[in-house]
Design a binder for this molecule. Structure first.
Ligand code: MN
Ligand code: ZN
Length: 602
């Protein structure tokens, strides 16, 4: 049907778009038909909708022959898998260079692939694993009850509370759901209660799923969706409602999308008259939403097809609560966000005082014990010192017990620290030390050849103070001089090799699944870390347990809480990057620490 010239032109375009795909994936193209087709010039990034593509495909091949489709997020290509090379060829011949589904109505450019398409692991229509805690009960209400519930929606048209949102119409019972705050005002119950006809649902639920026998909701939101309408992805506010959230689908089937923070994606088909229970992880750790469109792609038996949407009503039942949430899913947790803001504010206001109490005072108390546990130099720090020219003047900012000051006889090392007790340890070993604050080093500019600061600036409580410490090191460094900084990493397993910090965990709980709940009570709102577990927070208090060695008992004599700001990946690099006149030369991870080597420009 194409002229030779036309065919050549299309093939040229296909070749060009294939380059984009092959740069991005390791897929092999095939000149002869295979069951795998790549649409090289259209995907999510060009605004192509999966259901539109599926509908087009099904105009040319039998509906049982489309095995899978895959729309990689943010890409301008997508994949189709058929049950045989023959059906793939049928679709190819009908659509390639013809179907105007590309950007701005461009025709689709397609190619066969002889590699397995990337679809198996990321098939959102797999219904063999729903988000954990998600329960779907089909045929939960019969048609009679369905039509009665639909009738209520129509009758309350004039007295509706909620009104029309951009995407759909809503009505509230019991309490109004306030969309601005994603919460309810529990002081203002509505005159309109949950319709009594709903009472039988809870009786039935108790018989069907005894675990949810206690669920009696006091808030109901009724959403009415015309075909083409949807609801943006969201999580029902953790602190506002109990677990579970329960939703009844009426009038028409619809596909609801669930996504977690790790990028997992599941399309859950909600048949009309089914009850959806979002509990546990599916309620707290997954966002759910309905994409506004007129049809859904669904999996029927083993192939994909499209289904038109009809007018759908959902009854979403919730039970109010007014408690901070302690779930394991901080990314979607309103309580966690609120507490983080409070902590951030607290740190800004009380930085110096916090460092005084939870750094300086603590180091003075634990100096002796601390010093006994810190004698082996870190190999990479030693290597940095070894790399310096003979006769270099080296300043160790926050030298602690001075373990790096007497390693190298070819260097002239000077240490400084805030802690009198640690300085006493240094002095007793005849080391060259003085007391000062790393935010105001008592040295002239450009006066030292090198600086090291090992596990120090993570004790400073704000980004401004950490920056000031780096700037001070840059200031005292001579042009061309180098500095090495070590800070604790939040991710203690950033390398495949576990850090010694986690390895020492005798209980084997390297990753604390549970969120910390033992917040400091009296004078701080910072979380207290559980030693030898993965860090859950960036700003926290880390216990130092002082054993009662004199009495030869393994009991803890006292616990001291040291303040830490543990660094995210690249955070230290970025911090140093904002300091004028220095260049970050190296950035690496070393046994639970983020490390940077920078040079002062000449
Ligand atoms: Mn919801
Ligand atoms: Zn939560």
């Amino acid at each position: 049907m194409f002229s030779k010239k036309m065919k050549k032109k299309i093939q040229k375009k296909i070749n060009r778009s294939q380059i984009i795909v092959s740069n991005d994936t390791d897929l092999q193209f095939s000149d002869t038909p295979t069951e795998n087709l790549i649409v090289c010039n259209a995907g999510l990034a060009t605004g192509l909708h999966q259901e539109v593509l599926v509908e087009e495909v099904l105009r040319h091949v039998a509906s049982s022959s489309l095995a899978n489709i895959n729309f990689p997020s943010g890409k301008s290509y997508c994949f189709l898998r058929f049950d045989s090379p023959e059906t793939a060829q049928k679709a190819y011949e009908a659509m390639n260079g013809v179907a105007p589904l590309g950007q701005d109505g461009c025709v689709l450019l397609m190619a066969y692939s002889c590699s397995e398409l990337p679809s198996k692991d990321s098939d959102p229509w797999r219904n063999d694993h729903l988000p954990p805690g998600l329960i779907l009960i089909p045929d939960f209400v019969d048609e009679r009850l369905e039509s009665e519930l639909l009738h209520i929606v129509k009758c309350t048209d004039d007295v509706e509370v909620g009104g029309s949102l951009k995407n759909r119409r809503v009505q509230h019972f019991g309490y109004e759901f306030l969309y601005g705050r994603n919460n309810v005002d529990r002081r203002k119950p509505l005159a309109q209660n949950i319709p009594a006809i709903c009472d039988q649902l809870w009786e039935k639920l108790r018989l069907d799923r005894p675990t949810f026998g206690g669920f009696i909701p006091n808030q109901l939101t009724v959403n009415s969706y015309e075909p083409g309408q949807g609801i943006p992805p969201h999580v029902d506010t953790h602190s506002a409602f109990e677990d579970p959230i329960v939703s009844l689908s009426l009038g028409s089937d619809i596909s609801m999308e669930f996504r977690d923070v790790e990028g997992n994606h599941v399309n859950v088909d909600l048949p009309r008259r089914s009850l959806l229970i979002m509990s546990g992880e599916s309620r707290y750790g997954w966002a759910h939403g309905i994409t506004p469109r007129k049809m859904d792609t669904i999996r029927l038996n083993n192939s994909l097809t499209v289904r038109n949407r009809g007018f759908r009503v959902s009854y979403t039942f919730r039970k109010l609560q007014d408690l901070p949430c302690h779930c394991k899913f901080p990314a979607l947790c309103d309580t966690f966000k609120e507490e983080s803001e409070l902590r951030k504010h607290h740190l800004q206001e009380n930085a110096a005082q916090l460092e005084q109490e939870n750094v300086h005072k603590v180091y003075n108390e634990i100096a002796k014990h601390f010093s006994e546990t810190r004698h082996t130099p870190w190999p990479q720090v030693a290597a940095f010192l070894n790399s310096l020219a003979a006769g270099s003047i080296v300043l160790d900012v926050g030298c602690g017990n001075g373990k790096y000051l007497d390693q190298n006889s070819h260097l002239s090392c000077l240490g400084c620290d805030r802690s009198d007790e640690l300085l006493k340890v240094c002095a007793s070993r005849g080391l060259n030390v003085l007391q000062c604050d790393c935010l105001a080093l008592p040295f002239r500019a450009s006066s030292v050849d090198a600086c090291i600061s090992i596990a120090v600036i993570h004790h400073l409580a704000t980004a401004e103070r950490r920056l000031r410490a780096v700037k001070e090191m840059a200031r005292v460094l001579r042009p061309g001089g180098r500095a090495l900084i070590y800070v604790w990493a939040k991710n203690q397993e950033a390398n495949a090799k576990k850090s010694s910090y986690l390895r020492q965990n005798k209980h084997g709980n390297a990753i604390a699944a549970k969120r910390e709940s033992n917040f400091g009570t009296e004078d701080t709102i910072l979380p207290v870390h559980t030693n030898r577990t993965q860090f859950q927070y960036q700003d926290l208090l880390v216990p130092w347990k002082l054993r009662d060695v004199e009495r030869q008992e393994h009991t803890t004599k006292a616990t001291f809480l040291r303040y830490y700001h543990v660094f995210e990946e690249r955070e230290l690099e970025d911090l140093c990057g904002t300091v004028p006149d220095i260049i970050v030369e190296e950035s690496y991870y070393d046994q639970g620490n983020w490390c940077v080597v920078f040079r002062k420009q000449c």
